[in-house]
Design a protein around this ligand. Structure first.
Ligand code: PEP
Length: 243
């Protein structure tokens, strides 16, 4: 990954109560004192951002949100703005995760607006794209992802405020992964459509066993991890495999 520092990001999704989340964050902070070549990022649920931020303070491990609203403030019950995430200590926010695209009905237009909101607030936007199993089986994966990129990425993207995450929907939480060749092919196709130097993470059932092979490929700049980010040893092992 020439000129692109590795990034391993943990998406805790809707997991962790206060005590467990704080304990995990302290354990990650402790581990992060050891040498590691990649950047580490933790994205806890909104209820834990402040507490996890305190536990990670001074560790160099970054803090991110899992989603944001497009507006800076207003009458949007239950939503959180990018500005609020920034205010709570976040440096990153995930937008367009497939669980939001597919269970909350978010469109490329929504993702584009959220990406702009992230940038407006001074956050790095981690924009997720990826095809379904049916789309891959029909031979349409590259076209689907190209369309998501065209619809989701605003003008004005730069490598310092954008990270792409290629997350095939059928690989998330299933234990299935594409071949490294398929991941590399998709990353190369994405790279041709984004500013030079922008990092592209792979996400979907990354674990300590498959991380080294996936992350060794020069097209893969890091990983977005769900399930394996909930155990410090797994998260750390993937971090060690990166970079
Ligand atoms: C994710 O949800 O972003 C993800 C990659 O999940 P998992 O690692 O559990 O497949």
């Amino acid at each position: 990954m020439p000129d692109r520092k590795g990034l391993v990001a943990g998406n805790w999704k809707m997991n962790m109560r206060r005590a467990d989340g704080i304990a995990l964050a302290h354990a990650i902070a402790e581990r992060a004192k050891e040498p590691h070549a990649c950047e580490l990022l933790v994205c806890p649920p909104a209820t834990l951002i402040a507490a996890v931020g305190e536990a990670l303070a001074g560790s160099g491990v970054a803090l991110g949100g899992q989603d944001c609203h497009a507006a800076p403030a207003g009458a949007f019950t239950g939503c959180i703005s990018a500005e609020m995430l920034k205010d709570a200590g976040c440096s990153h926010v995930i937008v367009g995760h497939s669980e939001r695209r597919h269970t909350c009905g978010e469109t490329d237009t929504d993702v584009r607006a959220k990406t702009l909101a992230a940038w407006r607030a001074g956050l790095v936007a981690i924009v997720c794209v990826g095809e379904t199993r049916l789309e891959r089986e029909a031979g349409g994966a590259l076209a689907v992802v190209a369309a998501q990129l065209a619809g989701s990425l605003p003008d004005g993207a730069t490598a310092d405020k954008l990270v792409l995450a290629y997350e095939p929907v059928w690989a998330i939480g299933t234990g299935l992964t594409p071949t490294t060749a398929d991941i590399a092919e998709m990353h190369a196709a994405i790279r041709a459509r984004i500013p030079a130097g922008t990092r592209i993470l792979y996400g979907g059932s990354v674990n300590p066993k498959n991380a080294a092979e996936i992350l060794a490929h020069g097209e893969v700049d890091g990983a977005l991890i769900g399930g394996a980010s909930l155990k410090v040893e797994d998260f750390w092992a993937i971090g060690q495999a990166c970079g």
